[in-house]
Design a protein around this ligand. Structure first.
Ligand SMILES: [Zn+2]
Length: 270
């Protein structure tokens, strides 16, 4: 896999050249390149991730749906979406239960153009009406839908999209998962999970934890930045990851959905 992307630009009056290079970790040129960078004193960032074949994805118990961070639309608590906090952690908001339609930033509507599925910045999954109907008719379990409204300064209106909600929360992941760790742990132990660039995300569950899965599930762990001081309308909530069966991925693929990375979970024996 050779893919180099070069960006040459000025930043604070200094010329910057960024090179994005994707290599297989078994590629012998990788160590040569890293040595060369070290010798020349050139800084680099490393991101490691796994690639999967269709067969691997098709045979997975569950697959994490990971959406392109650059294409997310803003929505959620600070747009006026309401939440029941009675079972949520009062320090970080993990466990907040949505009680209204999803309200998204109207100015982000162009990001939905030409797409059939997207997420909010809190990983709420949005699908267009046709895809929502296909999911509902497929007999897939563990899902429900909410309306989506776009908010503008003066007014808001409903858009022909639906929020795909999960009715089932999985048990906590196996501690053998890698690339998933809390970076600013909350006392509840449930939030602030994130990935590590240089460690591939490998989500593991015990076999007994996935005995009772649905087609759409969310993780017990909540990811992302947190800022909650008691006022929901001013909150930055963490959010769970969506884990779906190959059946749901197939429906997404069949609809021509782009922008998602699909990462199968690992199931431990016993
Ligand atoms: Zn908490």
């Amino acid at each position: 896999m050779d893919a180099a992307k070069v960006q040459d630009f000025m930043l604070q009056r200094k010329r910057q050249i960024w090179v994005d290079l994707t290599l297989d970790e078994t590629d012998e040129r990788l160590s040569l390149l890293l040595n060369l960078l070290k010798d020349r004193g050139i800084r680099w960032l490393e991101r490691r991730y796994d690639c999967f074949t269709d067969e691997e994805l098709e045979s997975a118990r569950l697959i994490a749906a990971w959406y392109d961070v650059n294409a997310r639309v803003f929505g959620g608590p600070r747009m006026g979406t309401t939440y029941d906090m009675s079972d949520a952690c009062n320090r970080c908001g993990a466990g907040a239960r949505q009680t209204s339609a999803m309200i998204i930033e109207g100015e982000d509507l162009p990001k939905l153009e030409g797409r059939r599925a997207a997420t909010t910045s809190y990983d709420d999954v949005l699908v267009d009406e046709k895809l929502a109907a296909a999911l509902a008719q497929s007999g897939a379990t563990g899902l429900s839908f909410r309306s989506v409204f776009a908010a503008f300064e003066e007014r808001g209106f409903q858009i022909p999209w639906r929020q795909l909600c999960a009715t089932h929360t999985l048990p906590p992941m196996s501690p053998r998962s890698t690339g998933v760790y809390p970076y600013k742990p909350c006392a509840c132990g449930r939030s602030s999970f994130t990935g590590k660039e240089e460690v591939p995300m490998r989500i593991a569950y015990r076999a007994s934890d996935v005995a009772d899965i649905h087609d759409v599930n969310v993780t017990w762990e909540w990811f992302g930045e947190v800022n909650f001081e008691g006022d929901v309308s001013d909150a930055l909530f963490p959010y769970p990851l969506f884990l779906v069966t190959p059946k749901v991925r197939r429906i997404f693929q069949g609809a021509g959905v782009t922008g998602f990375d699909w990462i199968p979970i690992r199931v431990e024996d016993g």
